[in-house]
Design a protein around this ligand. Structure first.
Ligand code: NDP
Length: 283
């Protein structure tokens, strides 16, 4: 009788307070779709235990793991190296076992870029990006590395806005400037791509961004990072103004696709993954 193997390959995530983590459903949908004997295990890890968690993943032969807030920066000293954009961003959301070493990558911005590239190439374009937190940092760096000509960071607080603009000007070829967002913002007419990378709209699809909606023009590509709900007021306004829109589900799905490529070496089909998210968040 042929020997049967019950050994599954393991990946997972280290998170905190991530009850019902939608990434589990999304990644496991890809495993099922492709008939892979892999498991994605979401572990709640207290910040003080993060180093032990990484050691545990190493000891158990995990092929990699995702990290979510508050572990994205704190995990770096526990890893063996960083990919290019993760090093510039200063945050890791995906670790990958390569030659026995855990290398930290940042797939948030890469996922956004894949989603954006389905409708336009950011090379040479002018970008307006609302927000300067973790998501904005990852997106801004990837847009700059992809050749965006200019990035206007529009953020409420200078404390987060200024370091991001300094980072983009210092470490990439894009020209970045900061606009403090303290009144209704009108998007300049030469703008090609507009991104909401704030948490405005999270949990409430009716909340507007404080912008002059009439400054959204046909031809602009308008993107949102929000997944819950994905059909945000910002995207509905942009669609009504004739803009091309890109929702946050695409970013989430594609960061998963990129992570799975790193871990398994396979190009997985994003459709089953998006469907798993639509079942959770609607669309
Ligand atoms: P952070 O807390 O790091 O940053 C939040 C940003 O939103 C800051 O720039 C903050 O401005 C701004 N902001 C929040 N509330 C307001 C407000 N009322 N008015 C103006 N600005 C505001 O969060 P993250 O960057 O980690 O996440 C942002 C969003 O991106 C979240 O909703 C998250 O779910 C989503 N996300 C989506 C992903 C995807 O795959 N689709 C992946 C990662 C994140 P200030 O600096 O002034 O406080």
């Amino acid at each position: 009788m042929a020997e049967r193997s019950f050994r599954a390959e393991l990946v997972g995530s280290f998170s905190k307070g991530a009850e019902g983590n939608p990434t589990v459903a999304m990644i496991e949908a890809a495993f099922r779709h492709h008939g892979l004997n892999w498991r994605y295990i979401n572990c709640e890890v207290e910040p003080d235990n993060l180093g032990d968690a990484v050691k545990g993943a190493r000891a158990m032969g995990w092929r990699g793991f995702n990290c979510s807030i508050p572990h994205k920066v704190a995990v770096i000293p526990h890893l063996d190296g960083l990919g290019e954009s993760a090093a510039i961003i200063g945050a890791v959301n995906c670790a990958v076992a390569r030659d026995g070493k855990f290398i930290g990558e940042n797939t948030d911005g890469k996922g956004f870029l894949t989603s954006l590239r389905a409708v336009t190439d950011p090379a040479g374009r002018s970008v307006v990006m609302f927000g300067a937190g973790g998501a904005a940092r990852a997106i801004g760096v990837e847009l700059a590395l992809a050749g965006a000509r200019s990035i206007t960071v529009v953020n409420r607080s200078p404390e987060r806005g200024a370091p991001l603009v300094d980072l983009l000007n210092g470490k990439t070829k894009a020209k970045a400037e900061l606009v403090i967002w303290n009144g209704t913002y009108a998007i300049p007419s030469g703008t090609g791509i507009v991104v909401n990378a704030t948490s405005i709209g999270l949990g409430n699809g009716h909340v507007p961004l404080d912008i002059d909606v009439a400054s959204l023009r046909p031809g602009m590509v308008v993107c949102d990072v929000i997944v819950d709900p994905p059909d945000t007021r910002f995207l509905r306004d942009a669609k009504a103004r004739g803009c091309t829109v890109v929702d946050g589900l695409g970013m989430l799905v594609n960061q998963g696709v990129i992570g799975l490529k790193y871990w398994t070496g396979l190009d997985v089909d994003p459709a089953s993954m998006r469907q798993a998210l639509v079942e959770i968040f609607g669309r």
